[in-house]
Design a protein around this ligand. Structure first.
Ligand code: FEO
Length: 398
């Protein structure tokens, strides 16, 4: 496995081939926890890995130098997938100071017993000399936690970008040009939708600041390192940060006895027009990880559930709870579904959609038991209204 990132810079992280659930995010292609070693007059380790993989990290570092020769451990982010191995690493590197910002120091102290740690606290844009190399730290709050920062190696133009530009993607490839780029971009999109989506404004701010840097290599904390296709992921981030809609409609539904599914099908028929992508998703058989990734770049979506026990079906409630938390911006919407004797579903669906600040394209559509011709016609018309929204979105520039 290629682990040299640039002259005297090495990947020392670990590949987690088996992880399939990352605090609820379904990581179907596994993940990596990237850490990097910079060999200079002062040696620096950039980030660690999750706690259970500390031994792998330390073995990878030891392959380059004795742990006593580590001078700095940079902690860009306190989340345990990167800082979990920090206590064991600090213990194993007796001469190292932990470099982080004040918010990160506080977060680490609330996770671990840090009383014996040596610290070097940095402020936004502050530099740290490694003798013949210079690190510069930039605060990137809420990308992904409040204490998040990125670290830039000035002489080599390498940005250690932490979660930004990452992907949950296990691979023997360490670089973007060694992997299947379409897979990498899909995983980067999934990552953004499930982790970064609520923080579009901080992301845009960070992109604006970091865009001024000369960048030869962008090395995130997950997935492949960008050295050949950074412009592709940067353009994608600029689009995702503003939740730029595609000419795309997503119809989410769940069904008990086929009535709500038939309504979804009628909406699909009404929405289907040339040049518009329509996706129909049964939430009972699709993970929320996939669903939010599709919702992120749609222009409009519909959510349908029958009434169950005075509410909606639990899988739809879970999906809408997940979407409400991630809050994809600027979406148009439609609520629909059938009921038996208590039309409770529509009120609950519309409540979720309102909390997502989605804009209804028309009144909700409901029917008692099976949909008749009038209901199906109303569904087709509502599908047409969704299509009109999608049609009116600007075409992407080439
Ligand atoms: Fe990969 Fe926010 O940690």
């Amino acid at each position: 496995m290629q682990t040299q990132v640039a002259a005297n810079i090495f990947w020392v992280g670990c590949v987690d081939w088996g992880v399939r659930d990352f605090h609820g995010y379904k990581t179907e292609r596994g993940s990596t926890y990237n850490a990097y070693l910079i060999l200079a007059q002062k040696n620096a380790l950039i980030d660690t890995v999750k706690a259970s993989r500390a031994a792998d990290l330390l073995a990878n570092v030891r392959a380059h130098l004795p742990l006593e020769q580590i001078d700095y451990i940079i902690c860009n982010h306190a989340e345990p997938d990167h800082a979990g191995a920090l206590p064991e690493t600090v213990k194993a590197c007796p001469n190292a100071a932990v470099v982080c910002n004040a918010k990160c120091q506080d977060a680490l102290a609330r996770h671990f017993d840090t009383t014996a740690w040596k610290w070097h606290i940095v402020k936004d844009t502050e530099t740290l000399s490694l003798g013949n190399k210079t690190l510069q730290c930039f605060d990137t709050p809420m990308v992904h936690w409040p204490e998040s920062m990125v670290t830039y190696l000035q002489e080599d133009a390498v940005l250690f970008s932490m979660d930004a530009f990452g992907q949950h993607y296990a691979s023997s490839a360490r670089f973007d040009d060694e992997a299947d780029l379409s897979e990498v971009m899909q995983e980067a999109k999934t990552y953004y939708a499930n982790i970064v989506l609520p923080y579009g404004r901080p992301v845009a701010t960070a992109l604006g600041r970091l865009g001024a840097l000369k960048l030869a290599i962008v090395a995130p904390s997950h997935g492949v390192i960008w050295r050949s296709h950074f412009n592709a992921i940067l353009a994608a981030y600029q689009s995702w940060a503003t939740c730029t809609p595609a000419k795309k409609i997503v119809i989410l539904f769940c069904s008990m006895w086929d009535s709500t599914r038939r309504m979804a099908r009628a909406i699909e028929v009404g929405a289907t027009h040339p040049g518009i992508e329509v996706k129909v998703i049964d939430v009972a058989t699709t993970s929320d990880t996939v669903i939010v990734t599709d919702i992120m770049d749609c222009a409009a979506f519909a959510a349908g559930s029958p009434t169950l026990n005075s509410g909606i079906m639990p899988r739809m409630a879970a999906t809408l709870t997940y979407l409400r938390g991630l809050k994809p911006k600027g979406k148009s919407c439609l609520a629909f579904g059938s009921y038996g004797w208590a039309p409770k579903n529509i009120g609950e669906l519309t409540h979720y959609l309102a909390e997502m600040e989605a804009t209804p394209v028309c009144d909700p559509i409901s029917c008692r038991f099976a949909p008749g011709p009038d209901t199906l016609e109303a569904c087709r018309a509502a599908g047409g209204a969704l299509a009109a929204v999608a049609r009116s979105t600007p075409s992407p520039t080439a």
